[in-house]
Every structure is written in C-alpha cells, then in structure tokens.
Design a protein around this ligand. Structure first.
Ligand SMILES: Cc1ncc(COP(=O)(O)O)c(C=O)c1O
Length: 234
C-alpha cells in the first residue's frame, strides 16, 4: 500500500463549494497579486497571532529572508539557529549572505535549547560592550540574531531565548513555518503568547502541507518592530 506524502482530497470534499466560490471571486476581480483577499488574510492573521500587523509574502522561506533583510543582517553577520529543522531555516540565513551558527536542541522538545545558545555564546564569542557587538571569536563574524524554530505544536523556550537576545542586543526571528496558532506559556505573562508574536519578527508558511495550507506557495511575516526609526537603529 502506498501512502502519499500529502493528500488533502478528503478535507477538500468538505469545503469544496466554499473554495470554488472564493477562487471564482478572485478570477472575477482579476486581483491575482495582492489585492483585497490578501489584505483580508493579513487582517485576520495579525490578531489571531497576537501581532500588530501581518504582511503576506510569497513563501515561508522568503518571509525568513525578508525579516533578515529588514533587520539589515547580511555579509559578515551571523545568526544562531537550530540544525533540527527544514532546510529553509539555515538556507535563508545563507541567502542573506550571512552565516548560520548551529547550536543543539533540547531533547525533550526537539526545539533549540537556550542553555546551548548561552553555552555557545560564553565559550565561543566575546561581547564588545562599547560597540554593543557579539563577536564569534574564531571567525570574527558579528552575531546579530537568533532564529528559533517552533516544531510539533510547541514553541521553543522563548523566555530563555529572549533573555539572551536582550542581554546581547540580538534580533529574534521566529521561524513559525510549522506553528501558526501554537501557544507559549511565558512566565512573564498571565495568558499564553502565540508563535510569531514574541520575537522582532514571526514568519509563517502556507505551503500546502502546513498547519494552514494554501493553494500553492505562500507565507506571512509578523514584524513586531516595523517603524522606520527602529529599523534605522539596526
Ligand atoms: C521550519 C520551516 N521553516 C521554513 C519553511 C519554509 O517554508 P516554505 O516552504 O513556505 O518556503 C518550512 C517549510 O517548508 C519549514 O518547515
């Protein structure tokens, strides 16, 4: 017996009429790129994720790249991340001309371990407090960001990650490609926080096999700091 990697036919049967109507509306409106449907999705995703705003993009991969570019992360910079993820996490860092630094995962959750991030920073990096720069000792690369990934319906340990990011002035880009709607019980908040609302940027994928799958490639970025003045500071 062959089990297909992805087969949404059974689900499609239950929402077939709704989907056909929505596709017809797009065809009639001739808004094939962006337009009111994308705006409506952005306006629905932002509050659902507990974010100020959401911006539709062409894929989860491009969302990660756009977040890094918006944070001015590029050549000579480094991003701490996890090796236990889909290729696009490390791939987006390299596409931004920067270097991924892989640290280990927590064996209980399979998400990046803040203890391992701290150990990497303390053992292999130095903090230049005057310039506010975290520098990787061996390569001289300036570490600018942490990119945690949320897997299996549970967020990475964001309290621990944000504490390290705050200590060293690092940007946090959450790879929530597999985690839209996942909740994180922060020790600092009474109500759980949603994936994508805790770092400076959240990134989601609507690849058809994802939790919220689309009709082709698609993604969303939820920037927490998006005012031009804040960007200029980076
Ligand atoms: C953890 C993770 N990050 C990034 C991506 C990239 O998303 P996309 O396929 O929409 O480019 C995916 C999924 O493919 C993923 O699982």
């Amino acid at each position: 017996m062959k089990i297909p990697l992805l087969d949404l036919k059974a689900q499609y049967q239950t929402i077939r009429d709704e989907i056909k109507e929505a596709v017809d509306e797009v065809l009639e409106s001739q808004h094939f790129i962006l337009g009111p449907k994308v705006e409506a999705l952005e306006e629905a995703v932002a509050p659902y994720c507990g974010c100020q705003c959401a911006v539709g993009v062409s894929s989860g991969t491009d969302g990660l790249l756009i977040a890094l570019m918006a944070a001015r992360i590029g050549y000579g910079h480094g991003v701490i991340t996890t090796p236990f993820t889909f290729f696009a996490t490390g791939g987006s860092i390299v596409r931004a001309f920067s270097r991924p630094f892989f640290v280990d995962i927590d064996p209980a959750t399979y998400n990046v371990d803040p203890g391992a991030i701290k150990a990497f920073v303390e053992a292999e990096c130095r903090f230049e407090s005057g310039a506010g720069r975290l520098v990787h000792g061996e390569s001289g690369v300036s570490i600018r960001a942490i990119m945690p990934v949320h897997l299996y319906g549970q967020c990475a340990d964001m309290d621990g990650i944000l504490e390290i990011a705050n200590e060293y002035g690092l940007v946090v880009v959450e790879d929530g490609a597999q985690a839209i709607g996942a909740e994180y019980p922060s020790i600092h908040k009474e109500v759980p926080l949603r994936a994508g609302s805790m770092g400076h940027f959240g990134c989601f994928s609507f690849f058809p096999s994802k939790n919220l799958g689309g009709f082709g490639d698609g993604g969303m970025v939820t920037p927490r700091i998006w005012e031009a003045s804040a960007m200029a500071a980076w």
